[in-house]
Design a protein. Structure first.
Length: 486
């Protein structure tokens, strides 16, 4: 259909509805036709890819019409997409998406609700509130807890840490940051996170006006977990120097290793020193749904704030994350009223304006994806998904540990396995360079995308096993392929 004849937007008009259905159907056909191999990536280098997609005009004088642009998309873009659903993709905490969640994305885009005020999202607001209520229960929070959906783990971490900072200023310094900005003592504020915590800790302290220097990096033990006695020494040292500890940020599933900081010991320490305990469970939050392994993360209930990411282990489309707070009153730090949007008088009558808990104003209805998938798969279905990815990691670990061609970094707690390929006897190539080369060859020549990181100063490779279709046979094939590239 030509650009002039194309309906502008969805409406109750029958012809418009039919055209919308035709467009969706045509797009689905193109998506399905592009799934022609199991490869994770077609292999184009950055230069080649740029030459394929270079366009003279992004905004042509006359529109090309939907069908022509869909065709162009299917020629240039669809074949070159990274396919997170491929079992040959295991580079990052970036998952395939459950089928029903792609459908829920379509629904939420079609209705384009905005989660700031009730009058922009009546049923969506109520669903988000309901999902948050159940999530608080799932993570062991009680009465008074609350939460909000965010754009991702980085924003959920920022939200938790910001509330921690304001709580500290309000209760310990009797200072209202919201009104007056940072107190003069701000360069002394200290937040403790492990040396392998996610960089959103530093990003957050920068955005909060506290700078990177605010983050004290705590050493990890051999299992890549925060060393609690080292932490206590650092807190004591800071107190002696007159610094102001305000928060411990535990990582529940480190980005590379999936290691889980010892939550109970950290909660005891937080209590002893009156510190806020934040849990960055962007990765590990999914473990709660495994009947077999939920015990590993049960103590999240002792944390003051929790980052839960649904676009990692939970296999939901980007973006989808939540920031949960044990005492929801702390969200007051993010509340401001505007006459045009979230009037207090309406809220007194029972209209809920979620903008009061959020750093965003306009916000997506991502809660629908959780609601839809939780109800679709049920507890049993979810437990199976999460447990199988964790058990794949244990199987892979055993294979690597008992094969003299590999050195494996640490026993996996969740579903990531970091290892190093050892050079064959007599090899001249430097081991670090060989591991880097193997990853690049897999990416560009074998349709296989795996991760690379550094562990104890050495270049390592990484399998992040989120894909529920991954089999043990596939893992064997991948290891054989890797060894053939040495
Ligand atoms: C432990 C951890 N925290 C936070 C994040 C950031 O999450 P997002 O990418 O959703 O912002 C990540 C991302 O991988 C992570 O691994």
């Amino acid at each position: 259909m030509s650009a002039e004849k194309l309906p502008l937007i969805l409406s109750e008009n029958e012809a418009d509805k039919q055209e919308f259905a035709r467009m969706i159907h045509a797009a689905v056909e193109k998506i399905l036709a592009s799934l022609d191999s199991g490869a994770a990536y077609k292999g184009l280098t950055p230069d080649k890819l740029r030459s394929v997609i270079r366009t003279e005009e992004l905004l042509p004088e006359e529109g090309l019409g939907f069908d022509a642009v869909l065709e162009e998309t299917s020629q240039k873009i669809l074949p070159n997409f990274l396919r997170p659903f491929s079992t040959s993709y295991m580079a990052h905490l970036h998952s395939s998406t459950l089928l029903e969640s792609i459908v829920s994305e379509l629904i939420l885009s079609a209705f384009n609700q905005s989660m700031d005020s009730w009058d922009q999202s009546p049923v969506a607001t109520e669903i988000e509130v309901e999902v948050i209520r159940h999530l608080c229960k799932l993570y062991g929070y009680g009465e008074g807890s609350d939460g909000v959906f965010t754009s991702g783990g980085s924003q959920s971490n920022l939200s938790g840490l910001l509330l921690a900072r304001d709580h500290f200023c309000n209760t310990c310094l009797h200072w209202d940051v919201k009104k007056h900005g940072l107190p003069v003592s701000f360069p002394k504020f200290r937040l403790y996170a492990s040396e392998i915590s996610h960089f959103s800790m530093e990003k957050s302290t920068h955005l909060m006006g506290l700078g990177y220097d605010c983050v004290v990096k705590v050493p990890v033990n051999d299992a890549m977990q925060m060393d609690v006695s080292a932490l206590e020494k650092l807190i004591e040292e800071d107190l002696r120097k007159g610094n102001l500890p305000f928060c411990i940020a535990a990582t529940v599933g480190t980005t590379d290793f999936g290691s889980i900081d010892p939550l109970d010991a950290l909660a005891d320490l937080a209590k002893k020193y009156s510190l806020w305990l934040h849990a960055d469970a962007a990765y590990g939050s999914g473990v709660i749904l495994s009947d077999k392994y939920a015990y590993k993360v049960r103590s999240l209930s002792r944390c003051d704030s929790i980052t839960v990411d649904f676009h990692k282990m939970f296999l939901l489309p980007i973006s989808c994350s939540a920031s949960l707070i044990k005492d929801g009153k702390n969200f007051e730090a993010l509340t401001l009223h505007a006459d045009y949007l979230n009037r207090e008088e309406d809220e007194e009558e029972g209209y809920i304006n979620l903008v009061g808990k959020s750093m965003q104003t306009t916000r997506r209805f991502d809660a629908l994806k959780v609601w839809f998938s939780f109800r679709t798969r049920g507890r049993k279905g979810w437990s199976q998904i999460i447990t199988s990815s964790m058990e794949n990691a244990l199987t892979l670990y055993e294979k690597l540990r008992t094969d003299g061609n590999f050195a494996v970094a640490v026993k996996p707690e969740i579903s990531s396995v970091v290892f190093r390929v050892l050079p064959p006897p007599g090899a001249k190539e430097d081991a670090d360079e060989m591991n880097k080369r193997i990853r690049k060859e897999l990416l560009h020549k074998h349709g296989t995308v795996i991760g690379q990181t550094v562990c104890r100063g050495k270049v390592c490779l990484k399998f992040t096993l989120l894909n529920p279709l991954l089999t043990r046979e596939k893992l064997d094939e991948l290891l054989a392929l890797i060894l053939s590239l040495r």
